[in-house]
Design a protein around this ligand. Structure first.
Ligand code: PLP
Length: 390
């Protein structure tokens, strides 16, 4: 093998996703873009708010705009702007030295996992979970251990408590969740905090909580609780990929609770981890987001789609929970084999992702980061696919 043995499996799983991409392109060429209903990707189609482009143009015209290297954790003035914003939102007294600007949430996850984990240590995460976690754990040389959630995709605290061992270093959560859309409530997060504290004491080793929150601003009629409030040994990370529709610009950050054990050391290590992969977060977009704290896309666009899609699928006979956040639906597969059902959907020119890909078999994921008409025009195909297995 000309490539490293350890890469073979990773390439295989990446090529599954690539195949899906290619299938979408092939189908669009064959049937025409309007006749293909691609719900496979969480790539926001809602344009960034106008102010993003305005800010970008102003920065480009401004001689003071920097395009050079900066301290690896990011421009001091941008980290200060992020810290000030977080203090308005979270009231935990965060300082800019505890912020690291990153290449998206993926960059932040890679930085923090490499900062915290020794090779062979465990990351625990509730399943279903975002597939990227496998890759980030791989890069960190750590094991990703999944813990099944409850029927409603909320945290199964007993199962988590039973899954923690002396090898556990990190609990990684994601709320609003990709793929389920679940938003964890304050009580379950407090319960999680209690058991992480108890396990840290029991094993004489601090277990850190990482809260992956790129969908925090995309929530419907619920307040997404602040994880910093429940457990001080927490690192919150996010990006502007979804809330500002800037996924391709690769910009995000991580923030460490000031009272986290060894907070300064962790911030330093995460900054150094940054230099090992991509050196620093993109300069221009750091300066853009530094000026746009608190700005988001119009969430109502996603709410409307969620409602049309949920109503249409329920009417067609699908079983699903109405998600409280993010832009995914995670309906039950009408047959046990979700991979097979996704194939049946593709016969209707509908592209979905089997739940098994997220550690959630028996379901399938639909991203509604697509135009309303794609949703409306797909509903007939969903009905036909369901009828074909009845
Ligand atoms: N975490 C979750 C749960 C995601 O869904 C994604 C992207 O879809 C990421 C992290 C990575 O986000 P980014 O594009 O900001 O790196």
């Amino acid at each position: 093998m000309p490539i490293a043995d350890k890469m073979v499996k990773m390439v295989e799983s990446a090529s599954m996703i690539r195949k899906m991409f290619e299938e979408g392109i092939r189908m669009r060429e064959k049937y025409g873009a309007d006749n293909v209903f691609d719900f496979s990707l969480g790539n926001p189609d809602v344009p960034p708010p106008t102010i993003v482009k305005q800010t970008l143009l102003e920065l480009i015209d401004d001689k003071a705009t920097s395009h050079g290297y900066m301290p690896n954790p990011g421009y001091p003035h941008v980290r200060k702007a992020v810290a000030e914003y977080l203090n308005k939102e979270y009231h935990v007294g965060i300082t800019s030295d505890l912020i690291v600007m990153t290449a998206g949430a993926a960059g932040a996850l890679n930085d923090i996992l490499r900062a915290l984990l020794n090779p062979g240590e465990d990351i625990l995460t509730p399943a279903p979970y975002f597939v990227g976690y496998n890759q980030y754990a791989f890069v960190a040389g750590a094991n990703l251990k999944t813990i099944a959630t409850l029927e409603n995709f909320h945290l199964d605290l007993d199962a988590i408590a039973a899954g923690i061992t002396k090898n556990t270093r990190v609990m990684l959560i994601n709320s609003p969740n990709n793929p389920t859309g679940a938003v964890y409530n304050k009580e379950e997060l407090s319960g999680l905090a209690k058991l992480l504290e108890a396990a840290s004491q029991k094993f004489g080793k601090r277990i850190y909580l990482i809260s992956d929150e790129p969908y925090r601003k995309i929530a419907y009629d619920v307040q997404v609780p602040c994880v910093f409030d429940v457990y001080p040994h927490t690192i919150v990370l996010t990006s502007y990929s979804k809330e500002l529709s800037l996924a391709g610009e690769r910009i995000g950050y991580l923030a460490i609770h000031p009272d986290a054990e060894d907070a300064d050391l962790i911030a330093g290590a995460a900054g150094v981890a940054n230099t090992m992969m991509y050196v620093n977060a993109p300069a221009l977009f750091q300066q853009v987001v530094g000026k746009l704290q608190g700005v988001t896309v119009d969430i109502e666009i996603y709410r409307k789609r969620r409602d049309i899609f949920c109503e249409g699928l329920k009417e067609a006979g699908y079983e699903l929970d109405i998600p409280k956040g993010a832009f995914y639906l995670f309906p039950k597969s009408p047959i046990e084999d979700d991979v097979k059902f996704v194939k049946l959907l593709s016969e209707q020119n509908i592209l979905a992702v089997p739940g098994a890909a997220f550690g959630g078999p028996g379901h399938f994921r639909l991203s509604y980061a697509v135009p309303d008409k794609t949703i409306k025009n797909s509903l007939d195909g969903f009905k036909k696919a369901l009828n074909s297995v009845k």
